[in-house]
Design a protein around this ligand. Structure first.
Ligand code: HEM
Length: 543
């Protein structure tokens, strides 16, 4: 508005000065005066705006970045950032520099958030500018743009996220409880048959639940084609996202324009192969559901519901594509994370048998011996709920979250955070913050209970991330993990394995250093609690 007023032509009366003869105005002079009247104010305003912007930028660049290790010329702090388990280094930096740490790599800014407080301040309260994802060149090259988890914070992401929300929000999850329980009961049978393969069984459970939920598809016990495709797809995703393998092209985007025969440009071939595989991963289960619909088989799955609705409302091919994308992402995001969390639970129970016993006493008192727990029992099992919260806290399996990035310059507590900064939530540091979780290395469900044994208010599972990009499947994940925990505890004991001399074999608490950090192989013994529970598991028929 101010600009419109200033730029409006103003009519000035000619000056009437005695003794001074008015000069005749030549056409060129006339234009100069017009220019003076009309354009000068505009030029002044534009100059003022430019100066204001420059001074804002100047002030911004004069502001300090948050504290952090001193960067080297050109490479920044790259030499100090380990390719694996970076959260350990970042937590050390947190102790030295504080809750918010700044680092650089080849001119790219990295911000590490080491406390819940700053994560809430930036990722939740300032979500408008902290909800983007870093744009890695390998993402479009491999055709991974369909993945909601790496999409930029724009209209397409909103549309996909809404679709996801419709089917995975808290009050939609109850519809999947029967599927979850059916697959969890299969897990119990598998554990009875081959307890030493508990990691494989946890993987099968996670894959089976999500495949049945989204495609209405019951996976084969071994060598399932869809599971194979999905696992290969997840591998490609992890390889593309991690700095190691494609660090060069992800750091120097111009490299993607070099031809594939150019030395060091093998990533083109990799991207082409990955793209084919990802297409197959999306298309194969989609075609299966479409074929079932043509055959008149109602698979009662997320995808068939979406397609039926779309077909009856004359929906578009574009929408159909979005359903294909969203369901494929659900599998990719759910399988690895859920199975790793269940293995963390098994590890914790072998290490802390007294915790398992307390939970078993609670289950026996509420559910009764000879019965398996149901989701209806959840509210009566506060200790078990606290135990599940502690599993998520004790060893978060996505310890660095998924990187966010900023879409605008920002200033936080006097520090300058430039547009395009990669923001990492160091969930590992947050769950080991001694001021929030004393003796944080101990597995202790009581930290989530009040003195009266009821749950306290700390129900924010930090392991699911923050803000608008918080895990879209967290309610489904929580339900599968809860169901697996109480069902296993109600029927089995978990203990450390023993060597030939009868001595317990210590479990090393070691994890892989990937985006999804899995427990490294460990031994434990899983045995039925009693003859009754053995018979109970044997009597499960629906495989
Ligand atoms: C124990 C299991 C799981 C854990 C620990 C976990 C953790 C996470 C984390 C840390 C993020 C990133 C959050 C952020 O950017 O701040 C995330 C994103 C996501 N998760 Fe999960 N997740 C789990 C299971 C699932 C399941 C079962 C599904 C689907 C049914 C799912 C779907 C997603 C999706 C779609 C995103 C991307 C959200 C976006 O970028 O907008 N997750 N998850």
């Amino acid at each position: 508005m101010v600009g419109i007023f200033i730029l409006s032509p103003v009519s000035h009366p000619a000056p009437k000065c005695p003794g001074i003869k008015p000069t005749k105005v030549s056409p060129s002079n006339k234009y100069s005066i017009m220019a003076l009247h009309y354009y000068l104010p505009a030029a002044v305003v534009l100059t003022m705006l430019a100066v204001a912007e420059l001074s804002r930028r100047w002030r911004a660049t004069r502001l300090l970045y948050p504290p952090g290790p001193k960067p080297r010329f050109i490479t920044g702090n790259l030499h100090e950032i380990p390719a694996e388990s970076a959260w350990i280094t970042y937590t050390e930096w947190g102790k030295q520099y504080g809750d918010i740490v700044h680092a650089q790599a080849f001119g790219n800014h990295i911000l590490i958030l080491n406390s819940v407080k700053v994560a809430m301040e930036l990722l939740e309260k300032r979500a408008r500018i902290y909800s983007d994802r870093p744009a890695l060149p390998m993402i479009p090259l491999t055709g991974l743009e369909f993945n909601l988890a790496v999409m930029p914070h724009g209209e397409k992401w909103r549309q996909y996220r809404r679709l996801f929300h419709q089917h995975f929000r808290r009050d939609a999850i109850a519809a999947y409880h029967p599927i979850q329980l059916r697959k969890i009961h299969n897990l119990l049978r598998d554990l009875l048959a081959t307890p030493e393969s508990f990691v494989e069984h946890a993987k099968t459970l996670a894959a089976a639940v999500i495949m049945a939920t989204i495609y209405g598809y019951d996976i084969e016990p071994k060598n399932d084609r869809f599971v194979y495709l999905a696992e290969e797809g997840i591998k490609r995703f992890a390889e593309v996202m991690l700095p190691g393998s494609f660090g060069a092209v992800n750091t120097f985007p111009f490299l993607r324009h070099l031809p594939s025969w150019f030395p060091g440009c093998g990533f083109h071939q990799y991207a082409r192969d990955a793209s084919k595989l990802l297409d197959e991963m999306k298309n194969a289960p989609f075609d299966f559901v479409r074929q079932s619909m043509r055959d008149g088989v109602d698979r009662l799955s997320v995808l068939s519901k979406l397609l039926q609705h779309n077909d009856t409302h004359g929906g578009s091919k574009e929408l159909e594509q979005s359903f294909k994308d969203v369901t494929a992402v659900a599998y990719a995001a759910a399988a690895d994370t859920t199975s790793a969390t269940i293995v963390v639970f098994i590890m914790a129970m072998a290490l802390y048998p007294e915790v398992a016993r307390k939970a078993q006493d609670e289950i026996d008192a509420v559910v009764g011996c000879g019965c398996l727990p149901e989701f209806e029992h959840k509210s009566q099992l506060p200790y078990c709920e606290a135990l599940v919260r502690e599993v998520f806290r004790w060893r978060p399996i996505v310890p660095m979250g998924v990187p966010h990035s900023t879409t605008e310059d920002d200033i936080y507590e006097g520090y300058f955070i430039p547009k395009g900064t990669v923001v990492l939530s160091n969930i590992w540091a947050m769950v080991h913050d001694e001021s929030m979780y004393p003796n944080s290395d101990q597995f202790n469900p009581e930290r989530f209970l009040n003195a009266d044994g009821q749950l306290n208010a700390d129900d924010h599972i930090l392991g699911f991330g923050f803000g608008r990009r918080v895990c879209a499947g967290r309610h489904a994940a929580d339900a599968t993990v809860w169901g697996a925990v109480v069902s296993i505890l109600s029927t089995f004991n978990i203990a450390k394995a023993k060597d030939e001399t009868g001595k317990e074999i210590e479990i090393k608490i070691e994890f892989t250093g990937d985006l999804v950090s899995h427990p490294k192989p460990f031994k434990c013994v899983i045995t039925p609690r009693s003859d009754t529970t053995r018979q109970l598991v044997e009597s499960i028929t629906d495989v």
